[in-house]
Structure formats: structure tokens, C-alpha cells
Design a protein around this ligand. Sequence first.
Ligand code: BGC
Length: 461
Amino acid sequence: MAVYLVCAIAALAGLLFGFDTGIISGALLFIEKGFTLTTVMKELIVSSVLLGAMAGSLCSGQLTDRYGRKPVILIISSLFIIGTLIASLAPNVQTILIGRLCIGIAIGIGSYTAPLYIAEVAPLELRGGLVSFNQLAITIGIMCSYFINYLFTNTEASWRWMFLIGIIPAVLLFFGMFFLPESPRWLVKQKKLGQAKETLRYLRANGNVDHELSSIEKSLSVHQASFSEIMAPWIRPVLFLGIMLGFLQQVTGINTIIYYAPTIFQMTGFQDTSTSILATVGIGIVNVLATIFAVVFLDKLGRRVLLLTGLVGMFFSLAILSLAFQWNSDSLRWIAVLCTFTYVICFAFSLGAMLWLLASEIFPLNVRGIAMSIAIFSGWLWNFVVSATFLSLLNSLGPANTFMVYAVMCVIGFIFCYYKVPETKGVSLEAIEANIRRGLPLREIGQPIFTPELASENIIN
Ligand code: BGC
């Protein structure tokens, strides 16, 4: 029971990730009314969070290793609180940017630390589900932000309230985390065995934790690679796969919808702000529902089927959206709503869930920390590039061509995933690592192998 509570509190970091990235979609429309904004200024307001997140994700590995998971999560919740206060009370656009940058740093560090902490306190048999739970928390955060956008649409200085509500989960995370234990794995690494044992006893109701403690000790005896070792020829292909997944998750355009949906809806003919924000609430809801579907079916249907089907659906949604803008018919706005809905659904059960899951599965143990943070950094980098250029692309290429660019990216994504993404369903992390060491092509590293030592482990995960 305790472990569920611990994970739910840590997942508030994922919720804040979703909330603080999603809230800008509606807030932007009102900031625009309060200050005169150029296109570049608008793009900066959206992407300042992402700049911060890039910086945060880069230093997250070192921070959590040196100071421990718990103090780092306490620090990021304080940063969330400070950044939210700065942004919501800001007298000018520059101050909004500083506040959002602060929030971004917290998001970037949290996007690595929270899933890591969850994975380290969770028992083995729950680990996979709890990793996907983090993605679910992100989408719930996005959905809440859209509701808040809608609720405060007609309020005076509405964007300030929209930002300010984010302080509630941040305060909950701070106080909740205060009472949570440090990760037992980190404690063992610091040679604080007594404390680690006590924490494990608290987390596992059954009391017998000696076996788990010794397996943590055993896994920590694996030599941890340095930054240069990560470029070793046998690791390079999986590192490339992780970087490509981060790249594809973003260049197929998800955050043009997540951050700019009301702006897009207004372009298609929805006149008033509140209707376009209401349509965006719908996007938030289907995003959560499709993520729940992914969490339930990832292990039954397999990663590849969901990934490839999702990419096909994303391609058709974007291509039809692009054609609808080209024809500019009366029904454009309804086609736009339908296409964005199907697009978000297809993303949620494919690339959305897959980056975080595969990043936690494909990397060998001795490079897992560094490699995961590189893959996550790649996601933030490309997120920044796409979000910081979307409005400019709309202005220069027009909506039809802009969405066609993202549609083409889906085709490239499909071809890449078809040839390179392995099926990791039902295979242990140890078997995946053994396959990488044997030099199998990427697509085959998820093959179960039946050596006497590994045969028993192929059933887990
Ligand atoms: C992505 C975010 C995106 C969200 C949408 C996450 O997996 O990393 O960039 O906004 O999914 O649900």
C-alpha cells in the first residue's frame, strides 16, 4: 500500500510537467490581449519552458546521483512554486519568461528524476506499469490545465490565474515529498545499508527484504560507465535509437497541437476564445483515455503494433488536416477538430507512451542513467525546435504546408520504426542487454534468448 502512495506523490512531478506545458495553450491567447506580442515573442513564451527543461534534463543525472533523489525532488517543487509566482505576478513579458524558465528547469529535472525514483521504490513486478503511470500523470496534468484554461476564460487577468493554479500540485509535491523516504537504491550506493533496509521494510509490507537488498547490491556492483564510455561501438546503436525516439516523438508535431490547439481552432473559424478552449478540453480528455488504453494494452498487443499503427493514424490525420486547410471549405473547423482528436489519440498510444517506456528498457545497466538522460534531452531539444518555429512556419508556409511537413515526418518515423524498433514485450532487461552485447541488429534485440541463466528471466517484464 505504502508504495502506491509514494509513487502517486512522486507522479505529481509528471502532473506538473503536463500542467505547466499545457496551460500555455490557453494562457497565450490572454497574454496576447494584455501585452503587444510579436510572433517571436509568442514563440518564446511557449518555448522558454522548453529551454529550461533542456538545461534541467542535462544536469539531472549528476544532481540526483550526488544529492539523492528526495532532496532533488524537494528542490524542483520549490522551483515550481517560485517560477509559478514569478510568472503569474509578472509586470511584463520579460518577467513571464524568467518565471517560465524556472518552471522549465524544474520540469526538465523532474522528467528524469520522478520516473527514476518511482522505478527505484517500486517492486520488480510493478515496475513496467508504474513507468507508464508517469506518462498517464503527464496527460492528466495537460487535461487539468485545459480545464483550468476553460474555467478562467472569462475572468479578469485570466492568464495570471491560469498560471497560479499550478502552485497547488507544486505545494502538494513539496509537503508530500517531505514525508517520503529516500530511494533505497541510492542509499545502498551511499553505503547506508541500515537506512536502506529500513526503507525497504516500510515500502514492502511483508517485511522480508534481505533478498531484494542483496540484489540491489549486486546490480550496483556493475561498473557504471563514464560519459566517454557511452560511445563504445556496441552501445552506439541503442543510443542512436533512444535519440531518434526523442527526435521522432517531437518532430511529428504533437506539441503544435498540445501548446497551440486553441490558436489553431481560431484559425479554422471558431470565433470566440472560449469555444476553442472548450474544444481543447476535449483533446485533453481523449489524450488521457488513449494513454490508459496504451498502459493496459502495451504488454498485450506489443510495442511495435501500437507504434506503427499510431504513426499511420497520425499521418492520415495530419494529411487530411493539411488538405482541409488547402480547400478551406465551410466544414474546415469540424474537420480540424476531428483530425486533431484522431491525431492526439494515435500519438498517445504510440510515440507518447513509447519514448518513456523504451528509454527505460533498451539501455544496458551500466549506461542506463546517462543514456536515458540523453534520450530525454533529445526529446526536449526537438520539442523546443518545433514549438519555437511553429508560428513562424504558419506565417511563411501557411497551415496546409506546415501540417504536411509534420505528416512527412510521420512517414519517416514509420520507416525508421519499422526497420529499427525492437519488440520488447515479455523480454527481460537482461536478455535485451545480452542481445545488444552479441551485436544483434536493433530490430532483433528484443528476441528472447534461451541460455540456462536467462531462460527463467525471459518471462519477467
Ligand atoms: C511528450 C510531451 C507531450 C505529451 C502529450 C509526452 O510524452 O513528451 O512533449 O506534450 O506527451 O501527451
